[in-house]
Design a protein around this ligand. Structure first.
Ligand SMILES: [Zn+2]
Length: 301
């Protein structure tokens, strides 16, 4: 029976069984919008390519499990942060908040900045975007290595990838060794993200601080980059315990206790000071006037 034969040929395909009954493994499925027929990507293509894109995103092994669902938000600061992160994902690929392309997360080491950043990155990749994760010092080393001729990539290839990815996380901003070359590179990279209005998430242990404080973010990243960050980023402060100090099998109560202990043991804020990861990281309060950051404050309300 020819008709039946051709149907089974279609279902089975040349190489064997069709795995997706919706698109018959073409990766495209027909839909009708306002009476007009068109094709869109099938779910099977999304999930297959999402895992491939996640694998290419350079997420460190220790953070690969991080999701918004397994982020433990045990205080107001963390709850606001995770709510905000969910909004970023919901809006992706359009924009991040009112500043439209950037999010700067400031907080002491171990409060969960990287977890949250990776969770947003992974969720956006799952929605169909391409994404990349770099600590800024790792990115700088990678770029430097390309000059040796020994690397299997080139400076322009690295810069192109970082510039064109739909969403990028730059982790631990300000830790990389400062130099004129670093300033140029960082500016080039941040600027390309900004110009293309592509969602970019920065995390840092350094608070905004003052211009005369060597350990302030503005000094660590240089004024040109800092001013670009101000233009493009919502500012989010995370205030929590150091996750790495938690006892084995710690529960939420342990983390709360650790957090309260941390608040007590921090030195009192130095007037005008913004030294690394200390003291300035008060919980963001609604309507609080922040350290001369002109933009929106993510999750502050
Ligand atoms: Zn399919």
């Amino acid at each position: 029976m020819p008709a039946r034969h051709s149907r089974s040929f279609l279902q089975l395909g040349y190489h064997g069984r069709v795995t997706c009954s919706i698109c018959e493994d073409t990766g495209w499925k027909p839909i009708t919008i306002d009476g007009v027929s068109r094709v869109i990507r099938c779910e099977c293509w999304r999930s297959k390519s999402a895992s491939a894109r996640t694998a290419r995103a350079n997420i460190p092994t220790r953070y690969q499990h991080c999701s918004l669902d397994n982020f433990e938000a045990y205080n107001e600061s963390l709850k606001r942060a995770v709510d905000y992160a969910k909004r970023v994902v919901a809006q992706f690929p359009v924009r991040i908040g009112e500043r439209d392309s950037g999010l700067l997360m400031i907080g002491l080491p171990g409060v969960g900045k990287t977890h949250l950043a990776v969770a947003m990155l992974r969720a956006c990749i799952a929605k169909g975007g391409s994404g990349l994760f770099y600590t800024t010092s790792e990115l700088m080393s990678l770029l430097r290595n390309t000059y040796s001729g020994q690397a299997d990539t080139t400076e322009s290839a690295v810069l192109r990838d970082v510039s064109e990815a739909d969403i990028v996380v730059f982790d631990d901003l300000g830790r990389e060794r400062a130099s004129e070359w670093r300033d140029e590179m960082l500016h080039l990279i941040v600027n390309s993200r900004y110009s293309n209005r592509r969602p970019t998430i920065f995390t840092t242990n350094y608070d905004v601080g003052e211009i005369d404080d060597f350990d302030s973010l503005q000094v660590r990243v240089g004024l040109r980059v800092y001013s670009r960050l101000q233009e493009m980023c919502e500012l989010m402060r995370l205030d929590a315990a150091d996750y790495r100090e938690r006892p084995t099998n710690a529960n939420v109560d342990d983390l709360l206790t650790l957090w309260k202990l941390r608040k007590k043991t921090l030195p009192a804020p130095r007037s005008g000071g913004g030294r690394q990861a200390r003291a300035q990281l008060k919980p963001a309060k609604a309507g609080r006037v922040d350290l001369k950051w002109p933009g929106g404050r993510a999750g502050s309300s």
